[in-house]
Write a protein that binds this ligand. Sequence first.
Ligand SMILES: [Mn+2]
Length: 404
Amino acid sequence: MITEFIKAVETALIEIEKFNPREVTIFHHNDSDGLSSGAILAETFRRKDFAVSMYCLEKPYPPLLKKIFESDGKAIIFADFAGRIAPLISGLNRGRNLILILDHHVAEKSTDPRVFNLDPELFGLKGDRDISASTTCYIFSKVWDERNADLSRMATIGAVGDGFFVDGKLVNANREAALEAERRGFIEITERDWGEEYILVHDSTRTSCREFGRYLDILGGVGYQEEGPALAVEACLKGSSEKTDNLVRRLKAMRKEIFEREIKSLRSGALEKTDHIQWFNMDSRFSPMGVKMVGIFCEEISSMDFIDKDRYIAGFQVIPDLIPGFGKIDIHHTKVSMRVPGHLRERIISKEALGLDQLLPEATARLGGFSDACHSLTAATVVEIGQEKELIQEMEKILNSLRR
Ligand SMILES: [Mn+2]
């Protein structure tokens, strides 16, 4: 359990301590958990006099990994993703770089001794309950140096942001980090009838971790192609500022404007319909917002009056081939996000209709695309640009074959 995890961290730290030059490259996710993970790691390595390069990613897409692994002799860290693809990373690395994976999603073992997969899922902890990526990074940091216990504040921000609670409370490693932050006066924990509220204490101001998490999500998600992620990491470390407040305000207004424009266009005929599906292709019109936005947009329109209550909703958004700060990658893909409106939702829950977790990955696989997180009521996968219509047709084939 946690002791085995700590042992694995200690083994990896021996390699980090020996590592020369004292330079590290950190790739971290763009949601509140990934951003606070990035902030914890950056601070930890800087305190040990490492030069830190940071890149925020929406996902570790294969063409991006290929480009990362053109390098040799580097120390590279992945935070809040990559636990499951440790074997793929091992194959790309072949002993050349020192790699640390600090994730909490479902994990597979590394097959390269220079790739340390420190995903607590491999050590009996539950990444969707006990421990966030931020808490994983925090434990790594504290094992390295007890003085890093002050970073517990950011562990709590990420844990609350990912939203894994039992009876409204953080549990296990996440809760221990929160209690540490409370002891140090960085947060206050208040009992509510629904559970516990975690409140950030900053000088005379009080902000709930939930609210701050949403603030970070806007910076990292809506402001992904701008300086949002870098300012979010700064806000994790130093608290929000006038600069981040202004950016969040501007990003919210921009998202509202883009969403309203696109809803208007869907209302006036841009929403295509097949037997069971209503869909649209956003192309790059959500830019500079990140590709998470297409899912949020589908969710938002799912209860609107122009949406057919019995058809699945699908939306495509082109994955940008430019990683902010990192450069161009050889990717020509589009993300599809799916949601379900009210009536169909009930039918999926009662198993009268096919869930998205069965429909979308199957159709995607037939086209050679790759699947990501697919649940029965929300799902997303990736196909090549130009395959949009074909994917819809494949799903129709699956749905029509069920009717017979
Ligand atoms: Mn996470």
